[in-house]
Design a protein around this ligand. Structure first.
Ligand code: ATP
Ligand code: MG
Length: 563
């Protein structure tokens, strides 16, 4: 997993190396990935996982997957399970003994809250959320104080204990930190630490009816776990003074530090959990694991490998400036990886029959084909060949334009690995549709080379008719047609930009028979077509389903050039 970090030190590695040199944190490095279990992980989270996990690995430190499960209203066990599966898959680590839940620290956090109350640094406030908003002031006008600010510690302690005991209703009271009502940083204007929420928690049930707010809880969670470098995204920069304030005002605790980096944004997709949820709930996609989704389970199902995502995260690096990364970078990362590992196979997506008129009736032979030209150790396989084959419908043209090097009447091409064939004619049905292409083969060209040095300009793929495996093939493309569908400057609803051509089903593709034993874990290149993998969820009426992970080349670049 060391390969996930760039060669040149990124700014966080520099900080860590300086800290290690100065002997800070007892020479220890500890990081965490802290998802809130309120949705599925996406490729942006992958960046954070690769960074945090990679740093711990590189510096022989500790890493934990911590569920930041402090909000009972939105969190579900389903999300916890999917997150564990995704992090395991991405890191290749079984995560044993590395999973933590913030809810396990509720009692400790509560004790620390009492400590602040006793020190006169926190108080119980009776303003409603609306009043608090109305009272917050402006940069030049301080926030209006709440009565609780002047209560004695004893009175605040009593009220806080009664909050915990369930004596009050939701919204009636909060616990707030007593910091600075005039601070130019609004996060410091006496932020809320606890609120009353009467909802069942996925782990603690109804034990609690007060729940800690993110800013209060997060540093404490880091402290309990003895995290050294708490890495989060840039939008938390203005929360850092608060993170520090809480930790600095508690006695005898481990002192972690927060660092911020730029979040990952990608073109042609959306990354906000709210929007992804909306796409799922609204039926715009088939679920969180729809292969068009930028979720980790979606791209896994689509056939992305963990190695390719780690390579992508390494390539884009870790910066302090927000930007949008071109999705081509992600697509190229998977192409590069699959080119090395994918087994080459032949499959015909839109078949038409090819009849070899001079091939012996009833004969079947086995043609040797290379499994992976990038990796000789993958060896070869035998592919059946007979008088009738399927070829791609668009590998034949009646009236070929210039530079069309595939089949047309009188033209000779190579059948990949097999023979040269010359097209002799076609058959059509009553509507004029081509039902069969006819040809003759040259038996001396077995293996796809001719003894007389005769060259052909086109090579096409094929599948033998009688042994062919029928399959459903799903072609996926980018989820949106617009580069930045959720551009804040654009008032149009982002869903308007959903790409109607992002999903196409081919019901009856014909694949070479060796694909009968394919597993979801295997990766294939269907020659000339793209990279595919067997779907791990669906079969279509007994037929296997194959998903296209990515095309062989970037076809969008061409389209964009044209426009
Ligand atoms: P929200 O907080 O709105 O529910 P979130 O995407 O921030 O959504 P979290 O569960 O809080 O979700 O995220 C877990 C971790 O992943 C956080 O440390 C967060 O900073 C990081 N993270 C989230 N989105 C990205 C992103 N696009 N790029 C990099 N890191 C991200
Ligand atoms: Mg968050």
């Amino acid at each position: 997993m060391n390969e996930i970090l760039e060669k040149r030190l990124n700014f966080i590695e520099q900080i860590i190396e300086d800290d290690l040199r100065e002997g800070k944190n007892g020479g220890r490095v500890a990081t965490r990935f802290p998802p809130e279990p309120n949705g599925y992980l996406h490729i942006g989270h992958a960046k954070s996982i690769c960074l945090n996990y990679g740093l711990a690995k590189k510096y022989c430190g500790d890493f934990v997957l911590r569920f930041d499960d402090t909000n009972p209203a939105k969190e579900e066990t389903e999300y916890v399970e999917s997150i564990i599966e995704d992090v395991k898959w991405l890191t290749g680590d079984d995560l044993s003994n590395r999973i933590r839940y913030a809810s396990d620290y509720f009692e400790q956090m509560y004790a620390w809250a009492e400590e602040l109350i006793k020190k006169g640094k926190a108080y119980v406030c009776n303003q409603t959320p609306d009043e608090m908003r109305d009272n917050r002031g402006t940069p030049s006008i301080p926030m209006k104080p709440s009565e609780g600010r002047e209560y004695t510690s004893e009175k605040n302690l009593d009220l806080f204990r009664r909050m915990r005991a369930g004596e009050f209703n939701e919204g009636e009271y909060t616990l707030r930190a007593k910091i600075d009502l005039a601070s130019p940083n609004f996060n410091l204007r006496d932020p809320v630490m606890y609120r009353i929420v009467k909802a069942d928690h996925h782990r603690t049930g109804n034990k609690w009816c007060i729940y800690p707010m993110y800013d209060w809880a997060h540093g404490l969670e880091d402290s309990v776990e003895r995290i050294t470098h708490s890495i989060c995204t840039l939008e938390f920069e203005h929360h850092r003074p608060l993170y520090d304030w809480f930790l600095d005002n508690l006695d005898n605790i481990w002192r972690p530090h927060q660092y911020e980096f730029a979040r990952l944004n990608l073109t042609y997709t959306v990354m906000s959990k709210r929007k992804l949820l909306e796409l799922v709930k609204g039926g715009y996609v088939s679920g969180w694991n729809d292969p068009r989704m930028p979720t980790i389970c979606g791209i896994r199902r689509r056939g992305y490998t963990p190695e390719s995502i780690r390579a992508f995260c390494r390539e884009i690096g870790v910066a302090k400036m927000n930007s949008i990364i071109d999705v081509v970078k992600l697509e190229n990362a998977i192409r590069e990886n699959l080119n090395k590992v994918a087994l080459r196979r032949m499959g015909v997506l839109r078949p038409v029959k090819l009849l070899i008129e001079n091939y012996p009736d009833g004969q079947m032979e086995q043609i040797e084909a290379v499994n992976n030209p990038e990796n000789e150790s993958e060896g070869t396989r035998l592919v059946p060949f007979s008088k009738t084959l399927y070829i791609e419908r668009d590998d034949f043209m009646e009236e070929p334009p210039k530079k069309y090097f595939r089949l047309s009447i009188g033209r000779e091409v190579r059948l990949r690995y097999a023979y040269y064939v010359t097209c002799t004619g076609i058959d059509k049905d009553a509507d004029g549709n081509i039902t069969q292409v006819r040809c003759i083969y040259d038996p001396t060209t077995r293996g796809g080379t001719s003894a007389d040095g005769r060259k052909v300009q086109g090579t096409i793929h094929w599948v033998e008719v009688n042994s062919a495996l029928s399959a459903e093939v799903r072609l996926y493309d980018r989820l949106f047609t617009k580069e930045n569908p959720d551009d804040p400057q654009d008032p149009t609803d982002y869903k308007v930009y959903l790409n109607p051509d992002a999903f196409e089903v081919i019901h009856d593709a014909k694949l070479e028979p060796s694909l009968n034993t394919a597993t979801h874990e295997q990766r294939f290149q269907f020659e000339r077509l793209g990279y595919f993998c067997k779907d791990n969820i669906n079969a279509a009426n007994g037929k296997p389903v194959f998903n296209r992970t990515v095309s062989l080349r970037d076809t969008w670049a061409k389209i964009e050039k044209k426009n």
